[in-house]
Structures are given as structure tokens and as C-alpha cells.
Design a binder for this molecule. Structure first.
Ligand code: ADP
Ligand code: AMP
Length: 205
């Protein structure tokens, strides 16, 4: 199963990807997570990526596409994968088409006015799980692994506004790109997490 999760920042891609990867036993490949791991380890890629991520802009295509090509070449991705956060523009989609045959593109749609609140309230764990402060009831540890929750450096209001504008200009055209390819599945992401998950699973049947 080779799947892309498309959607604006905060639409719930990471939340659903974690659950779908477990259900279908395929790797969750998030370019954002790969960049954050590189930033943490202060690698050369991390140093370049951080300067763009902090501003809410896209990391240059040559860096991003190379990372994804290498990751999809690894043995665990041969049976399938769940791409989250890639591709983010038409050039990346074309490059992906050259190396792999994506089967379905799940576009998680959420009313734009709700995204800012979702993202600025997001708290994440190093294990990849994410939460929203509104539902944490003051808890500061991950319910899955006990890890300490923290706020992503780029989840502040100024950066989020730039990320949403980058999404509209550069990533949203992919909806049409994959519709024309006959691969697009649209999901209403404005429902509860479990309902969104159920809808995706039904549409993948
Ligand atoms: P993305 O990976 O698309 O940027 P996330 O999966 O990290 O988005 O979700 C962004 C925020 O919205 C998180 O705080 C998450 O807990 C919350 N969230 C995810 N899905 C839903 C949902 N269906 N309803 C309400 N909040 C959600
Ligand atoms: P995400 O974790 O998907 O919200 O991504 C966080 C940030 O990482 C984005 O705002 C971009 O700066 C960068 N990033 C992630 N994926 C890509 C990509 N496919 N192309 C360019 N930049 C990316």
C-alpha cells in the first residue's frame, strides 16, 4: 500500500498516519519528522533545514527530494509506505512519480479558520504522537510512552500563518494534480479523530 496523506498544516495528517501505519504495518515517512531529527542531531541537513523551517518556508527541493528518495529505497518501504508532508509542491510530486507508483492520495480537508487553533495548541512527543492542549487536562506526559510533551518551535502564530500561506500557494495545487491522476480521495477532517480514521479505512477498502 503506497499512500500519500495530503492536507494543510494541522489537518491531522500525523495523527492519522500514526494510526494507519500501525493498522497496515507500513512505515510512516514524515519529511517534517526527518528534518526535526536532523536538527536535533545538528547534521548538515538539519542546519540547512532549520533556517527554512523557522520561517515557515519549504526546505529546498534538492534537499527534500534526495531525503525521500533515500528513505523510500530502504527495505521496510518496499511493501508500502505512508508519506506525510511530502510532496508539498508539483515539482516534488513529479519527482516522486519518477521513482514510485503511489496508489492513493488521501486529502484531509479541514476548515481553514480552525487550523491556527489546532496548530498553536499542538503538543508533541518524541515518539511521534501529538495532542491538543484542549484535551490534555493539564497532563504533560505522553499517554502512549510516558515521554515529556513539548511544543514545536515552528508552532507559533507568525510561523503558522506563513505555513498556511505556503500551503495555499504551493501545496494545494496537488489536489488537482492527483485528481487528474485518478488517485485522490477526499476526507472530511473536521470530525473526531476516530471518525476520520474510520472514514479513511473505509475509503481504502
Ligand atoms: P498535521 O500532521 O496535519 O500537521 P496533526 O496530526 O499534528 O496535524 O494535528 C494537528 C493538531 O490537531 C494536533 O494538536 C492534534 O491533536 C489535533 N487534531 C488532529 N486531528 C484532529 C481532529 N480530527 N479533531 C480535532 N483535533 C485534531
Ligand atoms: P511538518 O512536520 O510536515 O509540519 O513540516 C514542518 C516543516 O518542515 C515545514 O514547514 C517545512 O519547512 C519543512 N518540510 C516538511 N516537509 C517538506 C517538504 N516536503 N518540502 C519542503 N519542506 C518540507
Amino acid at each position: 500500500m503506497k499512500i500519500i496523506l495530503l492536507g494543510a498544516p494541522g489537518a491531522g495528517k500525523g495523527t492519522q498516519a500514526k494510526r494507519l501505519a500501525e493498522k497496515y504495518d507500513i512505515p510512516h515517512v514524515s519529511t517534517g519528522d526527518i528534518f526535526r531529527a536532523n536538527i536535533k542531531n545538528q547534521t548538515p541537513i538539519g542546519i540547512v533545514a532549520k533556517s527554512y523551517i523557522d520561517k515557515g518556508q519549504l526546505v529546498p527541493d534538492e534537499v527534500t527530494v534526495e531525503i525521500v528518495k533515500q528513505r523510500l529505497n530502504e527495505p521496510d518501504c518496499q511493501k508500502g509506505y505512508l508519506l506525510d508532508g511530502f510532496p508539498r509542491n508539483v515539482y516534488q510530486a513529479e519527482e516522486l512519480d519518477k521513482i514510485s507508483n503511489v496508489e492513493k492520495v488521501i486529502d484531509i480537508e479541514v476548515d481553514f479558520t480552525k487550523l491556527l487553533k489546532r496548530i498553536t495548541g499542538r503538543r508533541v512527543c518524541a515518539c511521534g504522537e501529538s495532542y491538543h492542549v484542549d484535551f490534555l487536562e493539564g497532563k504533560t506526559e505522553c499517554a502512549r510512552c510516558g515521554g515529556k510533551l513539548y511544543q514545536r518551535a515552528d508552532d507559533n502564530e507568525a510561523t503558522v500563518n506563513e505555513r498556511l500561506s505556503v500551503y495555499q500557494k504551493q501545496t494545494a495545487p496537488l489536489i488537482d494534480y492527483y485528481k487528474k491522476a485518478g488517485k485522490l480521495v477526499v476526507i472530511d477532517g473536521d470530525k473526531a479523530i476516530d471518525e476520520v480514521f474510520e472514514e479513511i479505512v473505509n475509503k481504502l477498502k
